[in-house]
Design a binder for this molecule. Structure first.
Ligand code: 3PG
Length: 216
């Protein structure tokens, strides 16, 4: 299910997870990410600025695949998609949320940390699940163990990942893409340090293609 988005996000390999307090920072943030060669951005519904940020990024940076993260409700799905979000990421398994996205053909990546949670999503035909919080739940070893019983399932590990650990994850065929806030920390955005964000994002883009390039 959602083959095209699955392929696109897998090809990109790294997803910046954004917590943004002021939508007025969205334009310079998008500029920094685009300049860094980043092709995707997830804006989390953890702040009131999320909806407007999704709209600004989608309208001004058409090459950026903008998704919504920390989505808990179907109302947030509608808000996000109306603002331009092209995929939905959630930290939890909520079958109502998943079924709603499937019924509207909106790519959804719900979060799992256990086999029982994964089963609920796999049953609905999902091929890639968010693994959250990844580092705190056993990291790559847990993904490897889980995949023994879920053939063909791949993961977006998110939570506790940094520029070093991302390389280990991306070297695994079980990992579609990694996500994290390390390159777009709210403190950097709030401080207007977009040069720093661009540098960190560029490193992440380079790292993803470096690891994946060596594998292909
Ligand atoms: C997420 O929503 O995926 C995570 O909060 C990102 O985790 P991080 O802030 O530890 O990178």
């Amino acid at each position: 299910m959602f083959e095209l988005m699955n392929e696109q996000l897998t090809a990109i390999g790294v997803i910046p997870v954004i917590v943004i307090n002021n939508a007025s920072d969205a334009l310079p943030l998008g500029k920094a990410l685009s300049a860094a060669g980043m092709k995707c951005a997830e804006v989390t519904f953890r702040t009131d600025a999320a909806e407007e940020t999704i709209r600004i990024l989608s309208e001004n940076y058409p090459d950026l695949i903008v998704g919504a993260g920390t989505v808990f409700t179907t109302e947030q799905v509608d808000t996000a998609v109306n603002a331009g979000a092209r995929f939905i990421d959630s930290p939890i398994i909520d079958t109502e949320l998943i079924d709603y996205c499937i019924s509207k053909n909106i790519p959804v990546y719900p979060g799992v940390a256990t086999p029982s949670e994964a089963a609920a999503a796999v049953k609905r035909g999902l091929k890639i699940l968010k693994f959250f919080p990844a580092e705190q739940n056993g990291g790559l070893a847990a993904i490897n163990a889980m995949s023994a019983v879920f053939k063909d399932l791949r993961f977006f590990p998110m939570g506790g990942i940094d520029k070093y650990i991302m390389r280990d994850y991306l070297a695994s065929p079980l990992v579609a893409a990694v996500g994290g806030s390390w390159m777009v920390k709210a403190s950097l955005i709030d401080a207007g340090k977009f040069d720093k964000i661009e540098k960190l994002a560029r490193e992440a883009v380079y790292s993803a293609s470096d690891v994946r390039g060596k594998l292909s």
